[in-house]
Write a protein that binds this ligand. Structure first.
Ligand SMILES: NC(=O)c1ccc[n+]([C@@H]2O[C@H](COP(=O)([O-])OP(=O)(O)OC[C@H]3O[C@@H](n4cnc5c(N)ncnc54)[C@H](OP(=O)(O)O)[C@@H]3O)[C@@H](O)[C@H]2O)c1
Length: 266
């Protein structure tokens, strides 16, 4: 039976490559992003199997609104693949008062997973795939989760990545019937959406020239959607499983983050 897979950041890069692959084999992809033109191109290419919802996921109001529409249109969701991210060279605060990386890369993933847990729970073998950088050892600055002091865009993104690992630990504990897979694609030639200073932009272009295409990341993602891991929490670098029984995935840290109540504060 055809599956329904929701993909944030599905208008470009890895998410778009996955949407095209799902459509090509007869599954349904629901793509979320801000750029209507890119979304509409995918819809045209998808032959009826791709739909697009315009949403700014850096806003929790936007995230909750799109989640409500998704729940109405798709009472059963088989997979949620989280790919939206945006690099900020300088610190940006959203109109809701959150640092942008924190809001888009971590908080909206937490909110969307929670808002769609009911629809996921109705699927036969549901899975959330959080595409980020699991297992990175950037220390979490618990006193400054939103990088107010000495902002560095790379550090802000890596810290939000660490929060995603802890999000996975907490989600898996509370929703054991939904597999949660943290997924590292490795360096991949994609849109690298962001506001970069000239030096970083030049570095990114070098990286892209050497990197693999997004289509190479699709097979391990399809494997996770087709055969969700039996463990409630798992982590992968492409096809290679990573160990989640170490301090980077500490349940006490996950409980501490969840206990801050940030997902319910807006
Ligand atoms: N590429 C790599 O080398 C690499 C390495 C490690 C990890 N990753 C992870 O892989 C995932 C996918 O990365 P990628 O490189 O494929 O991404 P990408 O090509 O840069 O695309 C980013 C996506 O995020 C969406 N997006 C950005 N801001 C948004 C917002 N405010 N609201 C909604 N959507 C927004 C963009 O859509 P719109 O422009 O339409 O909004 C776009 O579809 C990310 O989580 C990234 O951290 C990538």
């Amino acid at each position: 039976m055809a599956k329904t897979v929701v993909i944030t950041g599905g208008t470009d890069g890895i998410g778009a490559a996955l949407a095209r692959a799902l459509a090509a084999r007869g599954d349904r992809a629901v793509v979320l992003g801000r750029h209507r033109e890119r979304g509409e191109r995918l819809v045209r290419d998808g032959g009826g199997a791709i739909s697009f919802l315009e949403a700014d996921l850096s806003l929790m109001s936007g995230t909750r609104a799109v989640a409500a529409g998704l729940r109405d249109a798709h009472p059963v969701i088989d997979g949620l693949v989280l790919c939206a991210r945006y690099f900020q060279t300088s610190r940006v605060v959203t109109e809701e008062g959150f640092e942008h990386n924190f809001a888009l890369f971590y908080l909206s993933r937490a909110v969307l997973g929670e808002e769609l847990a009911g629809a996921l729970g109705r699927a036969a073998r549901p899975v959330v795939v959080n595409v980020a950088g699991p297992g990175h050892d950037t220390p979490i600055d618990w006193d400054d989760l939103q990088s107010t002091r000495g902002y560095d865009g790379v550090r802000a993104m890596f810290q939000a990545g660490r929060l995603n690992d802890l999000l996975g630990v907490d989600f898996a504990r509370r929703h054991p019937g939904i597999a949660y897979a943290l997924f590292h694609p490795g360096t991949t030639a994609t849109g690298f959406a962001g506001d970069y200073d000239p030096a970083t932009a030049a570095f990114i272009e070098q990286q892209k020239a050497l990197a693999k295409p997004a289509t190479e990341v699709v097979p391990p993602l399809l494997a996770l959607l087709d055969e969700p891991p039996s463990a409630s929490l798992s982590a992968f670098h492409l096809h290679t499983e990573l160990d989640v029984r170490n301090g980077l995935f500490d349940p006490a840290d996950a409980a501490r983050l969840a206990g801050l109540g940030l997902t319910s504060s807006r």
